[in-house]
Ligand binder design. Structure first.
Ligand code: HEC
Ligand code: HEC
Ligand code: HEC
Ligand code: HEC
Ligand code: HEC
Length: 493
């Protein structure tokens, strides 16, 4: 156990405490008396730690999880590059700060202290695994991954009356129950980051706690409630030794905005799922014009936190606004960014667009210079779409433009890039990231937020969606998850 001053600064004391609890729980396993168990389970802790074991009986959960960012968290080349650079630039002071969230089991087992040796760490310790989530028994803080794992053979979940499975004991837990605020504390504990400099870098949980979804009785929703879609009347296990009833099964793809950038299972399904959730989650509320060509576009999000959220210092979400005259010539545009182009050009760049309507966080160092990396940040400035804090109060944000003359038509679309090309190039320049990764960063168009404005014959504004609202797109990515290809799996099909 290390207890240098630097270590404590980076939250090292936390893992020390969790390790002590883990050690206590391990002795329970040794006596064969862990939760719920008169009989010993047929699988050992070592076996249960591997997602491959779960796959035998929970193949659907496994397929979804294997394509998720939780499975990717310690394989993500951008993560590896950033951690490597952070360790170098802080002379190792970063310690286990990053890896504690991206491979918590490896840190708890003492297999890594800085994440630089992940090549040597067995797969089942990497990422946010089945065993990690389903063996979690408590979360004590509200940031920086204060999750405690029992290290026993009991799998905790949201089912109140689980059947006795031979492979593992099963137990209901509030931490996994979408109807309990405790479940958001469980997710939230990792989805808020405070850096040693005290910068509240990622604030998804904090934003959620202040939202109407957490504070309005009767309108309660949780992280799990929104992010793990329910599918009804299915067995949750495929187990020849147990009579398994039908229940509600919950999706384990954990869709956000990030995608796998190198070879990884279910990449197409992940992308289709992101397009689907983004399309349904964010919208253009209205477009209004004055006769002299002043436009106001109101945007809003239905997410239970701001948008972008979390790694908002890396995300780029912006509005593309293109105005055409009667001859279909572009007379004005903003945010019409090519797929290989940096969204927000730096100060002084002749191509910088002063009207760009962009949502992201910005990090600054002590001198007030803008920086990209966590460990350089002394402060953060947020420009995000707000979530609802009151169901009776509008929560839109306006983007405004002035066109040279009243256009014949205008097309607006909200777009999202999971990570800015400026941040990725910074990692390439420092020699930490393979340049080919940069080209693979996608740019999503939020299809629910693609709108068309024009004037009708009587001079009234008409605003319509260009693309149909893809309500039934889940069918497409579920078809892809089951091994279909992009041609046979059509949205709604
Ligand atoms: C040999 C088959 C088998 C294996 C292997 C297996 N399970 Fe299960 N699991 C079951 C059965 C059977 C149930 C009970 C289903 C029910 O009650 O509907 C179950 C239930 C669960 C539950 C629900 C608990 C609750 O109360 O909500 C979770 C969570 C779970 N398993 C996770 C896992 C994880 C994680 C692994 C791998 C570490 C795993 N299982 C491996 C058969 C298995
Ligand atoms: C990030 C944490 C997390 C990870 C990783 C995770 N699960 Fe879950 N799982 C949950 C939560 C939370 C629930 C409860 C959902 C609910 O009841 O609304 C759940 C529910 C379940 C259930 C009960 C049935 C159901 O669908 O509700 C099973 C079985 C299960 N998970 C198996 C797995 C397996 C197998 C893996 C890995 C392949 C895995 N889980 C990975 C959080 C996780
Ligand atoms: C051990 C910490 C940890 C816990 C607990 C955890 N997560 Fe995560 N989660 C992560 C990390 C790390 C990533 C990002 C991995 C990457 O992109 O490299 C992530 C990614 C995600 C993403 C995808 C984000 C994106 O932009 O694509 C979603 C959605 C998500 N988590 C939801 C949840 C939910 C819901 C729960 C609770 C059931 C949960 N997480 C619990 C650490 C955690
Ligand atoms: C009321 C529904 C709702 C609740 C509650 C909710 N989310 Fe989200 N979340 C969304 C929607 C909608 C999006 C945007 C679509 C997408 O990217 O999946 C989103 C996006 C995200 C993302 C991607 C980051 C980004 O920039 O958009 C993460 C990570 C995430 N949520 C985690 C969480 C966590 C952790 C919690 C609980 C503390 C939570 N969410 C609660 C609906 C919700
Ligand atoms: C408290 C837990 C936690 C810590 C500490 C943490 N991360 Fe993460 N990381 C996450 C979560 C959660 C996400 C997903 C965020 C989202 O989608 O909004 C994530 C996403 C990422 C991503 C991919 C998405 C992106 O655009 O940035 C990278 C790269 C990353 N983290 C690198 C790091 C590095 C490097 C460190 C250490 C300097 C670190 N993380 C520390 C939880 C953590």
């Amino acid at each position: 156990m290390r207890d240098s001053a630097v270590d404590r600064e980076w939250g090292g004391t936390v893992s020390v405490r969790s390790l002590a609890i883990v050690a206590a729980a391990a002795s329970l396993v040794a006596c064969g008396c862990d939760a719920g168990g008169e009989e010993a389970s047929t699988k050992t802790v070592e076996e249960l730690r591997s997602p491959e074991t779960c796959k035998q009986c929970h193949p659907r959960h496994y397929e979804e999880w294997s394509g998720s960012m939780h499975a990717y968290a310690a394989k993500d080349p951008v993560f590896l590059a950033m951690n490597r650079r952070g360790q170098r630039e802080t002379d190792g002071a970063l310690g286990d700060f990053c890896i504690k969230c991206h491979a918590p089991l490896a840190v708890q087992a003492g297999l890594t202290t800085d994440g630089l040796n992940l090549d040597e760490v067995p797969d089942e310790y990497e990422g946010i695994t089945c065993y990690f989530c389903h063996n979690a028994v408590d979360v004590v803080g509200d940031h920086n991954a204060d999750v405690i794992v029992a290290n026993d053979t009991t799998m905790r979940g949201g089912i109140t009356d689980p059947r006795t499975a031979s492979a593992h004991h099963a137990q209901y837990s509030e931490l996994h129950d979408r109807n309990s605020p405790r479940s958001s504390e469980f997710c939230g504990g990792c989805h808020d980051i405070v850096t040693p400099a005290g910068v509240e870098l990622e604030r998804t949980f904090q934003e959620y706690r202040e939202s109407a979804f957490a504070t309005t009785p009767g309108a309660f929703d949780s992280c799990v409630g929104c992010h793990m879609h329910a599918d009804y009347d299915l067995p949750v296990a495929d187990d020849p030794d147990t009579m398994v009833p039908t229940r509600t099964v919950h999706e384990h793809l954990f869709v956000g905005v990030d995608v796998a950038l190198d070879d990884f299972p279910h990449r197409e399904a992940q992308r289709a799922a992101i397009e689907c959730d983004l399309a349904n989650g964010t919208g253009i509320f209205s477009i209004a014009a004055t006769p002299d060509g002043q436009f106001e576009v109101l945007l809003e999000t239905d997410a239970g936190h701001m948008q972008p959220s979390g790694a908002a210092q890396d995300r780029r979400m912006w509005l593309r606004f293109i105005a055409y005259d009667e001859n279909d010539q572009v007379i004005y545009s903003s945010g019409d960014v090519a797929s290989d182009e940096v969204v927000d050009k730096p100060e002084g760049d002749p191509q910088r667009d002063p009207n760009l309507c962009l949502f992201r966080d910005r990090l600054y160092d002590e001198e007030g210079e803008e920086v990209h990396m966590f460990w350089d940040a002394a402060s953060v400035e947020s420009h995000q779409l707000p979530t609802r804090t009151d169901f009776n109060v509008p929560h839109t944000v306006a983007c405004t433009y002035r066109t040279p003359a009243l256009p014949a038509r205008v097309e607006v679309a909200l777009r999202m890039r999971p990570m800015g090309l400026d941040v990725l190039s910074d990692l390439v320049d420092s020699g930490d990231l393979e340049p080919s990764i940069v080209e693979r960063m996608p740019t999503f168009t939020m299809h629910g937020a693609v709108m068309h404005w024009s004037l009708d014959e009587d001079g009234f504004d008409t605003v319509k969606r260009i693309e149909p609202f893809p309500i039934d797109c889940p069918d497409q990515y579920r078809c892809l998850l089951q091994g279909g290809d992009i041609d046979s799996c059509t949205p709604g099909g």
